[in-house]
Design a protein around this ligand. Structure first.
Ligand SMILES: Nc1nc2c(ncn2[C@@H]2O[C@H](COP(=O)(O)OP(=O)(O)OP(=O)(O)O)[C@@H](O)[C@H]2O)c(=O)[nH]1
Ligand SMILES: [Mg+2]
Length: 238
């Protein structure tokens, strides 16, 4: 066997190695029907607000390849159904090998905010580990005159569950990333923040986990704040 480090024809150089596998981060998007889960995930993957949507049945997958610190990562969004009748046979699949959970409520619909404890409870019942980040997203902030859920009460709820809160609009063109909309977080930035968090926390997530590995080889459980100093991450009772 040739010494490693010796580079001659026939030796195992980088060119001969298979390309590194693309890591996949599975992020599930959960919340009442009509809060805008499909619109948010479509906005992130396709870059625009969909012309029209229908109630999601089961789950829709939306993917986008991003580059973080020079590494290509596939963000796989699971756009879940909010209606019980369209989701019940699927729920166990939602939570299997999940890397992060995004809870969504509609800022113009107080009932969707009141449902959040039930969604958190479902998450708890599927025994997600504390290393799985959760975030809270209030959607439809473009409908300013119809807001029923104020930022203060949402922030309190988020704090009590150790989740960062983002308020956004899947529809508002200014939420695309040009920085014009003072009070909203950009849809793009929200999912990218989650991806950064996962990348920093899970150095060894496999793209194709071996049987029975649960999808990860090693979880450092690091909590570096992901650059969101005022936004905590964690499980907070789920
Ligand atoms: N004004 C406004 N309307 C939105 C926004 N996001 C979604 N909508 C509208 O809200 C309605 C429901 O959006 P969906 O994305 O289909 O809701 P969903 O959460 O996927 O609903 P289910 O699939 O039934 O769980 C649609 O009429 C959207 O056009 C938003 O940011 N602003
Ligand atoms: Mg939907």
């Amino acid at each position: 066997m040739a010494d490693s480090g010796c580079d001659f024809p026939g030796s195992l150089t980088n060119a001969a190695l298979p390309p590194p596998r693309t890591r996949i981060f599975k992020i599930i998007v959960i919340g009442d029907s009509g809060v805008g889960k499909t619109c948010l995930t479509y906005r992130f993957s396709a870059g625009k607000f969909p012309d029209r949507t229908e109630a999601t049945i089961g789950v829709d997958f939306r993917e986008r390849l991003v580059e973080i610190d020079g590494e290509k990562i596939k963000i796989q969004l699971w756009d879940t159904a909010g209606q019980e009748r369209f989701r019940k046979s699927m729920v166990q699949h939602y939570y299997r090998n999940v890397h992060a959970v995004v809870f969504v409520y509609d800022m113009t619909n107080a009932a969707s905010f009141r449902s959040l404890p039930a969604w958190i409870e479902e998450c708890k019942q599927h025994s997600l580990g504390t290393e799985v980040p959760r975030i809270l997203v209030g959607n439809k902030c473009d409908l300013q005159d119809s807001v029923q859920v104020g930022t203060d009460v949402a922030q309190q709820f988020a704090d009590s569950h150790s989740m960062p809160l983002f308020e956004t609009s899947a529809k508002d063109p200014n939420s695309q990333g040009d920085g014009n909309h003072r009070n909203s977080d950009h849809v793009e930035a929200i999912f990218m923040t989650v991806a950064h968090k996962l990348k920093s926390q899970k150095p060894l997530v496999l793209s194709q986990p071996p049987e029975g590995s649960g999808g990860t080889v090693s979880l450092s459980g690091a909590r570096d704040g992901g650059g969101e100093a005022s936004r905590s991450w964690g499980c907070g009772g789920c």
